[in-house]
Each structure stands twice: as structure tokens, then as C-alpha cells.
Design a protein around this ligand. Structure first.
Ligand code: ISJ
Length: 303
């Protein structure tokens, strides 16, 4: 997991960024999957100045770094936010979600679902691990056993009937499957299964602010929040460049990436908040969450 800095070349031009830089760079997390690229692309292109020190990692790594105090603002798995809501505030209008099919949260299975007894769960995920339990146990009425494994589909399916993969690992494995590398293996899209079960979108990740950072540096929070929105706007108005960058990062056919960028949503409006609370209630019923937390959103407290 590399530490990198993105000090915009023209930092000095932006007085508020300059002020923030003097406080020390914001320690920002970056999920090393395509789903986060549209949020950061503008900043990465140096179009928008943001004095930050960036740590890239898979969700479980960012979850851990945030909880041990090493990151100020970062996307984390929504279930981890639920478990530690007292330690953070949510950045408004930002999430990693999908309204139904998501394409990158996949349960690969080599026997029909009713015969699945043993499930390998990627060590990269937290939210989708719980979502898998909700779909298999509460939706399909199964009682499988689970093992955690690194995201390697061959190894996972050698030791289990089904395998949960997320993010680019899932996109790449599914591409290989569609090209015939895994004969007899099917893929259940858990976003689609969740929508079938609840009629709702699914919120996989949220951007959290460390409570102490929010207290110490409210101007930093405003700036980062605003620039992440501007960066997103840049991404969608420079769609071709965004797609080219995505293709440079991952060897996936263009239609697959285009489809994925249509499915992934970064909004967090009322319907998505309701969906998140529904997910939390199911997680609570399974003993995965001690209590359903209140959603504390930056700028909305005390309303
Ligand atoms: C849609 C996705 O959302 C994510 C799933 C996460 C999880 O399962 O814990 C965490 C962050 C996101 O990367 C994905 O990775 O495919």
C-alpha cells in the first residue's frame, strides 16, 4: 500500500488549500478499485488542487487504517461505519452504491445455490461479507459455513462451493468466467439479489471523517467535501478520458467498464440512506451489528 502525495502544482493559487496545507496534508484513503476512480479522477489529473497524503488499499485495509487513526477522510465499508459510527461523521452526498445489479459484488458458485455448504469470503471486504450472509441465510434460507480467503477464485473454489469476490477482482474474474475459464461456474450478483429481496439500492461504502479531525479542521472537511464533488463533476464531463484511464488500469473490455460506470452510483440521498438503515437492520438481526446507529452527516448535525 503506497503513500503518495498529490500537492496540486498550483496550490498557492488557492488560498484555502494553502491554509489547509499549513495544517499538514489531509490523510486521504483511496479504494484501489475502479469504483473510486470517478470520485478522484479530477484531483488526480491535477485539475483541482488538494493538499493530501493518499493511501491506496482494498476496503479492509482502509477500514483498519481509519480505525487505528491513520486516515482523516476515507471511504470505508458501510458495515464498518455502522460498527464505529460514534468515531466518525459522514461526508454528505458521497457513497459507493448501486440500485440493483452492481457487477462487482459477485458470489461465484460451482454447485446450484441450494446445495452450497461452504463459502469462501474475500478478505478484502466487510460489507459484502455481511450482505452474503443476508442473501444466503435470510433470503434463500441456507445455513452454510464460511471461511475467509484471499481473493483468488481458483483457490477459493478448490476449497469451497462458492466464493465471494468484490471490486476489480470480481470484474476480472467474471470476465475470465465469461471467456470460458471457469466452466460450470455461475455468478450471483448480490446487488441484484438484494434489490429482489428489499426493493432497495445497496450502499457498499461511505466516506467518513475522523471525529477528531472534523473538530480540529472543519475548513479541511468543507474543502475536501467540495473538491471531491468538483472532481466527480470533472470525471463525468471528461468521460472519454475517464474511460481511457480505467482501461489503462485494468485489462477489461470497454463495454464492461462503460456498463460498470453506469451501475456504480456515488450519491447518498434519502432513498440510499433508507436502504443503508435497512441493511443495518438485517445485519443487526444476524448479530453482525450491535445496534443500528444514527447517521451523523457533516453539516446536518443539530438540524
Ligand atoms: C461495489 C463495491 O463496493 C465496495 C464494497 C465494499 C465491501 O464489501 O466492504 C467496500 C468498499 C467498496 O469497494 C465493490 O468493491 O465492488
Amino acid at each position: 500500500m503506497a503513500l503518495e502525495t498529490w500537492p496540486g502544482a498550483a496550490l498557492a493559487r488557492t488560498p484555502e488549500a494553502g491554509a489547509l496545507w499549513r495544517l499538514g496534508p489531509v490523510r486521504l484513503g483511496y479504494i484501489d478499485y475502479l469504483n473510486t476512480l470517478p470520485v478522484y479522477f479530477g484531483i488526480e489529473q491535477g485539475i483541482i488542487d488538494l493538499p493530501v497524503a493518499v493511501r491506496r488499499g482494498v476496503p479492509s485495509e482502509l477500514n483498519r487504517l481509519f480505525l487505528d487513526g491513520s486516515l482523516d477522510i476515507t471511504p470505508i465499508s458501510s458495515i464498518e461505519f455502522g460498527r464505529h459510527a460514534d468515531r466518525c461523521v459522514l461526508l454528505p452526498d458521497l457513497s459507493i452504491s448501486a440500485d440493483g445489479r452492481v457487477a462487482s459484488i459477485l458470489l461465484f458458485h460451482r454447485v446450484p445455490l441450494p446445495r452450497v455448504r461452504r463459502v469462501a469470503l474475500t478478505t478484502a471486504s466487510a460489507t459484502s461479507v455481511v450482505l452474503t450472509r443476508i442473501i444466503l441465510e435470510r433470503h434463500l434460507g441456507l445455513v452454510p459455513e464460511y471461511v475467509r480467503m484471499a481473493p483468488d477464485l481458483d483457490a477459493m473454489l478448490a476449497g469451497a462451493d462458492a466464493a465471494l469476490m468484490i471490486g476489480d477482482d470480481a470484474l476480472l474474474a467474471d470476465q475470465a468466467r465469461r471467456e470460458g475459464r471457469y466452466p460450470g461456474v455461475l455468478a450471483l450478483d448480490l446487488g441484484e439479489a438484494w434489490k429482489e429481496m428489499t426493493g432497495l439500492p445497496m450502499v457498499y461504502a461511505l466516506w467518513v471523517i475522523r471525529a477528531e479531525f472534523a473538530r480540529r479542521s472543519p475548513e479541511g472537511v468543507w474543502l475536501v467535501g467540495r473538491l471531491l464533488q468538483e472532481s466527480q463533476a470533472y470525471s463525468w464531463t471528461h468521460r472519454d478520458a475517464l474511460l481511457a484511464e480505467a482501461r489503462r488500469r485494468r485489462h477489461l473490455p470497454e463495454p464492461v467498464i462503460e456498463d460498470y460506470f453506469r451501475l456504480i452510483r456515488h450519491e447518498f440521498g434519502p432513498r440510499y440512506r433508507e436502504a443503508l438503515l435497512t441493511f443495518f437492520r438485517h445485519a443487526h438481526a444476524l448479530g453482525e451489528l450491535a445496534e443500528v446507529p444514527v447517521l451523523r452527516v457533516w453539516g446536518e448535525e443539530g438540524r
